[in-house]
Ligand binder design. Structure first.
Ligand code: SAH
Length: 205
């Protein structure tokens, strides 16, 4: 597996990383309130699992996967404490076919933007391999509206459109914010939320 080094280390540092805020991202809570986080749900690159557990609480059959073993250990610990039905596995989101599962809903909170161009293409193929026709991916990434250069790679709307061109339909891309901490005193960062549907056979895509 091609893993960017250091992901596990961020979860054993004294201070939790900027995105690990101890509660779900408000944007995903809103999606759950709208009844959109449903069915067999994959939280790709789930970190310590707050979004996964929130989806499980709302009735989704939720699985969170992450490459960082300490993140998964922490997610499992929180799920046990809270009596959550969410499940967690160490897995590479660039090779999701290995799971041998398919999903109705995929959550990506801050993962698409971690990959370089080559791995981005692999990630999209990997997502396609586990999403049923008509399944929806809710993808929130760092946005090119975020000033400065510190933090993850900025993503433009055009890059999202290009990445999900073949076999997908982008229903919407909207400006949102990530809730963050331990990031130069800021409490939010600019994001795009893309709602991306997997086309079925015969759709011409
Ligand atoms: N979704 C989480 C974490 C976002 S940070 C949240 O909202 O809190 C990006 C996450 O992607 C990290 O937890 C990192 O370990 C994970 N990650 C990076 N590359 C990965 C890969 N190839 N496979 C699975 N997880 C990966």
């Amino acid at each position: 597996m091609t893993i960017q080094p250091g992901w596990d280390a961020v979860y054993v540092a004294d201070q939790p990383p900027p995105w690990d805020i101890g509660r779900p991202q408000p944007v995903f809570t809103r999606l759950a309130d709208q009844g959109l986080l449903r069915g067999a749900l994959l939280d790709a690159g789930c970190g310590t699992g707050e979004n996964t557990m929130m989806a499980a609480e709302r009735g989704a059959g939720a699985l969170g996967v992450d490459v960082a073993p300490h993140a998964i250990e922490r997610a499992r610990g929180k799920a046990a404490e809270r009596g959550s039905t969410a499940r967690f596995e160490v897995a590479d989101v660039l090779d999701l076919g290995q799971l041998g599962l398919t999903f109705d809903t995929v959550v990506d909170s801050g993962v698409f933007h971690v990959f370089d161009d080559e791995d981005r293409a692999r990630y999209v193929v990997s997502l396609a391999s586990v999403m049923r026709p008509g399944a929806t991916c809710y993808l929130m990434c760092f946005s090119d509206r975020q000033p400065g250069t510190i933090g993850p790679r900025r993503i433009s709307q055009d890059e999202l459109v290009t990445a999900f061109r073949d076999g997908w339909a982008i229903a919407s891309i909207t400006a949102e914010t990530f809730a963050i901490h331990n990031f130069g005193g800021a409490s939010e960062a600019q994001a795009w939320l893309a709602v991306i549907e997997r086309c079925g056979p015969g759709s011409g895509a």
